[in-house]
Write a protein that binds this ligand. Structure first.
Ligand SMILES: Nc1ncnc2c1ncn2[C@@H]1O[C@H](COP(=O)(O)OP(=O)(O)OP(=O)(O)O)[C@@H](O)[C@H]1O
Ligand SMILES: [Mg+2]
Length: 546
């Protein structure tokens, strides 16, 4: 028996009994039959039994059912073991049961003594619910923060990757620019002298080789032109342009030259801003993109040319690859096709000069590179959205002429204000976790209450259970079976009262092909500015009300 040290003041049995009886911790003794023989005030408070009710009862009444079987064995093992006292449970925590049946976590020690030759076990126990709750709370917070950080890291890695890619292109540009410049000079000399020779030609038989050589010079000049364009060394002649007019001017020629198997259409924004850009380069870009689209659709398909105003803000940049586009007003020219699409490894290199997947002689790999250079030199950017098997959209962003005027700012503010009518309950359907989180943030920022899920079938589930959703905002192309269009079609019959707003990197024209019956759902092009999101929501509701 361990030596108990006490001063004489406490060494008074009644005083000692009072200390035990009043202790805030539960102190419980059991006899060799495991019946309760002592139940102090702390035990009454902790367990909800009065001492009167507990005394003489088996200790099992304080143990949750599922632990009872194990408990007897534990106590017997302890009774037979060497140490006289120890912590109970794994990591010092056990589960105990109150009179009302509720369970709580507890920290407990058990000790063994003998009284008049009979063994007595004493358990001293403390309810640690508050500590456990605090710990769980903390763990939850840590987990949440970790998740946020991981997301942030992913965003940064993506941005970094973009930057590296673009820096690589810039380095390429530096190199090719110099070479192309020298080549241009050489070609000028060669071409000029061939012309001179042609003038002085005396023998008709000399005409053929001279013309062949001159043709080669002009082909070489076209090539260096594209290289210079990529290297941003082209002498641009920017003018104030209406891109709609440019598209209208070129579309007939495209129809004639691309062949009948390709259906060409355009969606031109009626209130399109003007841009400042070199018209011949714009035309060149449209031609190159259309030819790429044709090459991606050997069996025919659809080609859509779309123009729209684009407001670039911080959230927009987060969602697009246009990391290097300064916020402001742009006009977007999009060329979409229903072709093969690009696998990620092709997409990653598509802007590199001389990168081509086409047979030798078919492609030089300078098309996208030169468009990239032209866009950057003009203060804009190019992005590609592509899905293997579905098609490709190339977006060319050119800065609005006159820059982001105060008028635009005012209109934007007005739109943002007007588009904030009420707090809506919005169901967001998006399979990409990052995009989903960002969308939730933006919608909540607009004052809406958001429920989110990662696919069309989950959305149908939620819509089946809940009747308080005001609007569904869904991605179109999602991994795993059903698309946003399928969801919209399902809703048209099952939930006709709830408006749907779809979003996609593809253009409306392109997606509408596969849309089923029912009214055509509204579509918001990705990436979009928050104000565009607000406007689209307002317009979707508006249409529903009419
Ligand atoms: N619309 C598209 N659909 C699928 N893949 C495309 C599309 N546009 C470009 N690509 C891919 O990107 C590569 C690079 O395109 P780019 O226009 O720079 O060169 P190219 O078309 O191969 O040659 P060039 O334009 O000089 O004749 C293409 O070879 C192709 O693999
Ligand atoms: Mg090309």
């Amino acid at each position: 028996v361990p030596d108990i040290r006490m001063t004489t003041a406490i060494h008074d049995e009644r005083h000692f009994a009072r200390i035990v009886s009043l202790a805030a911790d539960a102190i419980i003794c059991v006899d060799k039959e495991h019946r309760i023989t002592l139940f102090n005030y702390g035990a009454e408070r902790t367990f909800g039994y009065s001492a009167h009710e507990a005394l003489g009862e088996p200790i099992e009444i304080l143990i949750p059912d599922r632990f009872r079987a194990g408990h007897g064995a534990h106590v017997r093992r302890f009774a037979a073991s060497a140490p006289a006292a120890r912590l109970m449970g794994d990591r010092g925590a056990i589960h105990a049961r109150r009179k009302d049946g509720s369970e709580f976590p507890a920290e407990a020690t058990i000790s063994r003594t003998t009284v008049n030759g009979d063994p007595v076990m004493t358990v001293i126990l403390r309810d640690i619910t508050p500590q456990v709750m605090a710990r769980e709370q903390l763990e939850k917070m840590v987990a949440e923060r970790t998740r946020e950080l991981q997301q942030e890291i992913r965003h940064r890695e993506d941005a970094q990757e973009q930057l590296v890619r673009i820096q690589r292109l810039e380095a390429f540009g530096q190199l090719t620019g110099g070479v192309a410049h020298d080549f241009n000079n050489l070609l000028t000399v060669i071409g000029g002298n061939l012309e001179l020779l042609k003038d002085r030609m005396t023998d008709e038989r000399q005409a053929k080789p001279l013309n062949r050589a001159l043709d080669a010079v002009s082909m070489g000049a076209r090539l260096t032109q594209r290289l210079l364009s990529f290297a941003r060394r082209n002498r641009l002649e920017p003018q104030v342009l209406d891109l709609n007019a440019e598209v209208v001017g070129i579309i007939d020629m495209l129809r004639r030259s691309l062949g009948e198997s390709i259906d060409i259409s355009s969606v031109l924004a009626p209130d399109l801003w003007n841009v400042r850009a070199d018209p011949s380069q714009v035309e060149n870009a449209i031609l190159n993109l259309a030819i790429n689209a044709r090459d991606a659709m050997p069996g025919g398909g659809r080609l859509v040319i779309e123009t729209s105003n684009a407001k670039v803000d911080g959230a927009f940049l987060k969602l697009s690859s246009g990391e290097l586009l300064p916020p402001g007003d742009y006009v977007r020219l999009s060329i979409s096709d229903t072709g093969t699409g690009m696998p990620p490894e092709v997409l990653a290199r598509a802007f590199e000069p001389f990168f081509t997947t086409k047979e030798p002689g078919k492609g030089t790999g300078l098309g996208l590179a030169s468009i990239f250079g032209f866009a950057r030199q003009s203060g804009g950017h190019v992005t590609i959205y592509s899905e293997v098997g579905s098609g490709t959209t190339v977006n060319l962003y050119l800065p609005r002429s006159g820059g982001a005027s105060e008028g635009a700012e005012a209109a934007r503010d007005a739109a943002a204000g007007a588009a904030r009518p009420a707090k809506l309950r919005i169901l967001v359907v998006e399979d990409n976790a990052d995009v989903r989180e960002t969308t939730i943030d933006r919608l909540e920022g607009l004052g809406h209450a958001v429920t989110a899920c990662d696919g069309a079938s989950a959305a149908m589930d939620i819509l089946g259970r809940r009747s308080d959703i005001d609007l569904v905002f869904s991605d179109v192309v999602m991994a795993g079976g059903l698309s946003g269009l399928d969801l919209a079609a399902w809703m048209a019959t099952k939930k006709p009262g709830i408006p749907v707003l779809l979003t996609s990197g593809f253009t409306e024209e392109l997606l509408a092909v596969s849309a089923g019956a029912g009214p055509k759902p509204r579509l918001l092009r990705k990436p979009y500015a928050t104000v565009e999101l607000a406007e689209a929501i307002a317009r979707t509701l508006d249409r529903e009300e009419r």
